[in-house]
Design a protein around this ligand. Sequence first.
Ligand code: PEP
Ligand code: MG
Length: 877
Amino acid sequence: TKYVYFFGGKTAEGNGQMRDLLGGKGANLAEMCLIGIPVPPGFTITTEVCAAYYEHGKKIPEEVLPQIDEALKRVEALVGKKFGDSADPLLVSVRSGAALSMPGMMNTILNLGLTDASVEGLARKTNNPRFAYDSYRRLIDMFGSTAMGVDHDHFEHELQQMKEAKGVKLDTDLNAEDLKELVRRYKAVYRKHVGDDFPQDPRKQLMLAIQAVFNSWMGKKAVEYRRIERITGLKGTAVNVQAMVFGNMGNTSGTGVAFTRDPNTGENVFYGDYLINAQGEDVVAGIRTPEPISRLKEVMPQVYEQLCDIRQKLEQHYKDMQDIEFTVQEGVLYMLQTRAGKRTGTAAVRIAVDMVREGLIDERTAVLRVNPESLNHLLLPQLDPKANIKPVAQGIAASPGAASGIVLLSADAVVEHHEKHPQDPIILVRKETSPEDVAGMHLAVGILTSTGGKSSHAAVVARGWGKPCVVGCEAVKISEEAGTITIAGHTVKAGEYITINGTTGDVMIGKVPTVLPKITGDFATLMEWADKYRKLRVRTNADSPADAAKAREFGAEGIGLCRTEHMFFGEGRILAMREMILASDEAGRRAALAKIEPLQREDFIGIFEAMDGYPVTIRLLDPPLHEFLPHDHAAQEELAQSLGVPVAKIKERVDELHEFNPMMGFRGCRLPIVYPEIAEMQVRAIIEAAIEVHRRGKKVLPEIMVPLVGTIEELRFIKQRIVAVAEECMAKAGVRIEYQIGTMIEVPRAALTADQIAEDAEFFSFGTNDLTQMTFGFSRDDIKSFMPTYLREKILPVDPFQSIDVKGVGQLIEIGVRKGRESRQSKYGQHLKVGICGEHGGDPDSIRFCHQVGMDYVSCSPFRVPIARLAAAQAAL
Ligand code: PEP
Ligand code: MG
């Protein structure tokens, strides 16, 4: 078997298609060689070797070794130097690279092959001892921390000490002698923490480094990243061993990272940073603040021009925005990496639409190119332009959107705080972030760092997740000991609010109100394309005219679920509702319901108006009644006073309504079966509202939905009353309204007996929240205690309340759709309309499933409507 793939010169054994085997980095290095882009020669050890490494108890299989030697010889021949030669050594970098990019997750070692002997050779050969010792101390640091697990801070500490002792600010101000001394100290650090000397055999260095890359595949950081990003099914990481080129050979050398377009806005401009006289890690690590790429035009005009050509060539070739790494060694440019660049949702949309205009891709590709979840980014809150905005500092706008949140100073603090107060928005404030921080970064609503550039870890990760982020805000001084930050003279304690605007880089003290954006421009164009291809309709879950109107703006084609219970909580309503619940007989209940009825009718009028002819599914009251009652003494006292009844009576009724398992108790269709007057009131309000809107000259399509049905008899019982009331209202008004009666399918028995249920239902709406709850037997409100463990231990691949469990719940849905449709068709020759209104209706994977089982529509919260439109299009393409 071939385990090692050489690349270099203008040839390569692999190519860009071989991501699974060579990893993204390896495949693209090969591809770049093939299209004539300058790449230092090297070779890729395949992901299969990583898998074999773990199968063999963390040993590299014997048969791989001669292939490594062989490939190394080819690199030596091309470069004209020998690995391990003490007079003129070939040095290599060792990098990881899995099939999917995992920024910052895997470790890199540079300058490998240097030893006490060859560092002298390098110094003589290059006539640059400063460079040679700088390279060597970096190797000891990277090798020590990456391959041998020595804490990088130990090395960093020595570096700081040295800089202090010499009274210099920048690493580059240390001279050759300083660095030589630093090497001595680094070696001592290494010896102290590893218990052995830094290896003087380059081949041993190489093998340990390769193993380190394989080990990092199962490292905590990488495992955590794959968990968050739901990455499964990869063989492992490949290892790329590549001849070193040096960005730290003086002022005609440098290194940089760039994007072929702006990854924040998508604008077609060259975007990135570089550092003169530095090695790659310096740019990404956020230690020195780099220069914008446009400055390179003045500093190294030829290199800049060549880079611009390569930028064009890469985009033409890959037909996508690229994220590139390059190094300039004494004026000669080398590309070290290219990959599809991570981008914000805003950028993704703009790039996709621009590339169609530029003729690089077609509309379908554009629709498929944008991750539906990333649209969140375009729907991110912006600072309210009417608000009094007083920025106290400005950093680099690294990832757009505005966020207010409480300041916390470490990722661990974020994780801890979030566990206790999941509702609190948090802004993580740090000097810089590193891969260790990803869990906390993921939970924060925004990230602010005092150092780093647009390509720093914080910026890259935040952009990937569509979180507002400001970096390099030097006015922010952090004192972890004191638990405070100061921003341009203002002190903010951990736990106090600040606001950041990742679109402009502004930082504000306190909370600033935010507003929601509209769908216009490129976003609207992409949505139009998506609408052309999708088969599913997209509705929204809304129970107020304002939400309904917002959803319409986002393109909702109706309401899939109006939860009427929310209408009972409003002012002037909850009291009547409680009166109804507490009433001792039907007459008392009717009297209380009569107070609610006109309010509810007004609500429905508002919603029908907002939906302007689109169908509106209104669900009859669903939750257990006790949810409407006050449970603490003070509130019960108050209620007793308002209703003029003794508090004891209220207590008694609350106790009576207490249930051991309320979600399976007196709720859903069971309520109107016991108290038909509740449903009667609601139906009157719905039909009368429909008549009113009809009279105003608008089209109305009410769909009355019965929740929690498990048997056809339940549905029949209620349907009779619905029909009777509706007919009465229409007769009285002398107006006929078209309306439908349907049911939710959210009890497993309903799915299994869908053929019977469809005889009396004109539509089905899958309530996958309850259906998931009852299929798994997981209380939807109590998964906190075990779901994290289930996910970590891979007992479940994803939280089934977020993404449909296709194997189990999905089967019930599939049965329900099939049996329901067949029955309705054979009995009445009618198409049974089927949709979904559980939370899953806004989840792209679940939407794909809904498309596959042939639903007519999905319904989701207003904010997910654009996401659902795009996901539905992707499912259809
Ligand atoms: C459901 O169960 O999926 C549903 C939409 O209803 P609710 O969440 O209101 O129970
Ligand atoms: Mg439900």
